[in-house]
Each structure stands twice: as C-alpha cells, then as structure tokens.
Design a protein around this ligand. Structure first.
Ligand SMILES: *Cc1c(COP(=O)(O)O)cnc(C)c1O
Length: 393
C-alpha cells in the first residue's frame, strides 16, 4: 500500500508492508540466508544491478526491507538501512563517513559506546574526535578543524537531557561542509524529525522506543540523500552489521503502536516529573517538559512532545541513589529505555562506568544522577513505587 500521502499513525501500521501471494495481513518472516535465482542470467542481473532481485540476507531481505521502508517514511528520508544493533548503526555510519586523518565533533554526553568506539578503536586508524557540549553552539564552532567531516549530535542527550538545536547545527554543518548525523533514539520520529530540520543522517537504537517492548536489540539509519545511503549501506553490508529477518518482524510489530505508547508514556512522565520536582529528597530534576529545564523553549519548538526520559539527583548523592534503586519494586533496575515498562538506572556506576571521571564531570554525568525511563503502567502505581523508594532513603 502506498502511504506517502497518509498520516503518521497510518504510516506506522502500513508503510513498507507488501502483499504476498497468500494475502498475509502482516509481513512474513523470510527466514532464509540466500535466494534462488530463476536462471544464470537472472543471477548475473541481480549482481550487476539490472534486476533488483534478492541475493543474500546480509545484503537485503524482504522482511528487513519492509522495516527499512517503514522507517524511511516515518523519518521523511530517502531510504533506511537496518542494522543488528544501535551500535551497528553508529559504527556503520562512522566507517562510511570517516577515514585516516579525518575529524568528528560529537556531543560530550553521547551514548557511552558511541564515544568509546571512537576513542578506543577508530583512533587506531588515525580518526580524530572532539567531544564538546553541543547544546552550546559556540563550542561546536570552536572545535571545527580543516579536516572535520562529521558533526554528530544526540538530543536530548543521554543521560543529561541536554537539548541541542538541530536546525542551528544544520546551518553550521552546511557552512563548513560537514555531514550532520543525529541520534534520534530518545525521541523516535514521532516526537522529532531531524531530517526535516536539516540533518543529513538520522539513526536509532530501535532496541528502545521504536521496538518498544524490551525484547530485541536492533538499529537503523535513514539518510536524506541517495549518495549517503549508498555509502553507508556499503559499510553496513561489508562489515556485516545487518539485521536478522526475525528481528525485522518483531520491530515491524512493535512500531505499529509507537505513537500511542509514546503518548501514554509522556503523559505519565509529566506527572512523575512534577512529583519528583516537589519531593524534598530530590535535589534537582531535568525533564524537557518542565519549565525549569534550561532549554525548555528549544525542546518545545523542536520536539512534538517531551518524551518519557528524565534524570534527577538526590540529596545524599550516590548512596541515596543506591537506596532508591534497591527500594523500588515496580520500576525495573536495568539499563536500556523506551519500553512499555518503567526502568531505573544509575549511569555513573552502570552505563557510563567506562567513561573517565574527568570526562564524566565535563559531560555533566554526576555521581548522584539517576536515569528514569517512564513506562505505560498506571501512573498511580509508578508514583507509589517512587514514593516508597524515596521514603526508604
Ligand atoms: C541504546 C542506545 C544506543 C545503542 O544501541 P544498541 O541497540 O544498544 O546497540 C545508541 N544511542 C542511544 C541514545 C541509546 O540509548
């Protein structure tokens, strides 16, 4: 079904779906590694590109392609590239766009391994990287070098919830001939469309909101243009970061409810944020939907809603955080985010434990920071659980 002219919710459910010979209402799982050619000539045509027939699942597969078309429409992009994980997406983008002697500027509070792979792995191939607080545009401009190729931002940033102005970054990128890449994991295309704001590439850990049920790991990249699509797809295929057909089936199922899941989660999140803001044990809270967030106005203009992620600090710091985590029972003590279930974690000892103390301080990841991903349970139960945990401190 053609969905180009349809609304977002219709696209969630129908974009990318195709009719198979049995009239299946859902996209079937093509659980095969390889595809039979009709003849020697057909095989040759598939390889030369004269035919768009399928060859081998690492290169392309009908179930995976259905998801790629779905997400490309949701992000208003040219085409999608599905990957084994969010890190598979990030690594494929780095591999395609960076080379020896080139330089990337990235948000300091970027997802930990997205920074680690640059510092520990790409650095061995003479790729240079600078990490700055991209929510202040001056920092980006000051970091630009003659060999800068990529500006990479994550907004809201993980886990500090700082917001970076995508349209302003796009302007800087155009002026300096940089490719602007946005990690849109925290928002999903329902809340934020970076390509519409001038980004060249958008990527996701679909493990989070897009799949939304905490049952698979996966990633995806969407580009604005064909040339970047071809470059990045080449890196993904040659490095073998491809998605699996059953992963694609799961995410096609999960994405259908993206909008209603996010609507409910952010409605809950606003109530949770207001509760935390007024609780005496809470020292500070950062949620883009509170007017106390330093970039509330930017969040309001750039995002369609404020999402369901927040971070907060407790009086008593690290020890209070530990007590809270050991005394909540509904919220699951686990990394990851964006699922139907409420999750709580402590970045300084968990997701960002590998980041050095100086870099953690520079990126705003304090020892007392607790990250909270609000799910779609009854909000009264989430609030009662938090209250119980806070009272135990
Ligand atoms: C989880 C996450 C990633 C990495 O994705 P994986 O699917 O775990 O490989 C990248 N960026 C952000 C913002 C994330 O939250």
């Amino acid at each position: 079904m053609k969905t180009n002219d349809k609304g977002f919710n219709t696209k969630l459910i129908h974009a990318g779906a195709f009719e198979d010979e049995f009239g299946s209402a859902t996209v079937p799982i093509y659980q095969t590694s390889t595809f039979q050619f009709k003849s020697a000539q057909h095989g040759a045509d598939c390889f030369s590109g004269k035919s768009d027939g399928y060859i081998y699942t690492r290169i392309a597969n009908p179930t995976i392609r259905a998801f790629e078309q779905n997400i490309a429409e949701l992000e208003n992009g040219y085409a999608g590239i599905a990957t084994s994980s969010g890190m598979g997406a990030i690594s494929s983008v780095y591999m395609a766009l960076l080379g020896a002697g080139s330089h990337i500027i990235s948000s300091g509070a970027v997802y930990g391994p997205a920074r680690g792979v640059l510092e520990q792995d790409f650095s061995r191939f003479q790729v240079e990287a600078s990490f700055v607080n991209t929510s202040n545009l001056e920092n980006i401009i000051a970091a630009i070098r003659p060999n800068t190729k990529v500006l990479y931002i994550e907004t809201p940033a993980n886990p500090t919830m700082e917001i970076t102005d995508i349209a302003a970054c796009s302007k800087i990128a155009k002026e300096h001939n940089l490719i602007l890449v946005v990690d849109n994991t925290f928002c999903s295309p329902y809340l934020q469309k970076p390509l519409d704001l001038g980004a060249d590439v958008v990527l996701h850990s679909i493990t989070k909101f897009i799949n939304g049920h905490a049952d698979i790991v996966g990633g995806v990249i969407v580009t604005k243009q064909e040339d970047l699509y071809k470059k990045i797809r080449h890196s993904m295929v040659y490095m073998g970061c491809n998605m699996d057909p059953s992963q694609a089936f799961m995410v096609l199922r999960g994405v259908k409810t993206l909008a209603i899941r996010i609507e409910r989660a952010q409605e809950n999140a606003m109530k949770v944020a207001q509760f935390l803001q007024s609780h005496p044990r809470v020292a500070w809270i950062k949620y883009p939907g509170l007017e106390s967030h330093p970039q509330y106005a930017l969040a309001k203009s750039q995002m369609k809603g404020f999402g369901s992620m927040m971070s907060f600090g407790l009086h008593g710091g690290y020890e209070s955080g530990r007590k809270l985590m050991d005394n909540v029972h509904l919220a699951i003590l686990a990394v990851s985010l964006g699922g139907v279930e409420t999750l709580i974690q402590h970045p300084a000892s968990m997701t960002h434990a590998g980041v050095s103390k100086e870099n953690k301080i520079a990126a705003g990841i304090t020892d007392d920071l607790v990250r909270f991903s609000v799910g779609i349970e009854d909000v009264e139960d989430i609030l009662a659980d938090l209250k119980h945990g806070l009272d135990a401190i």
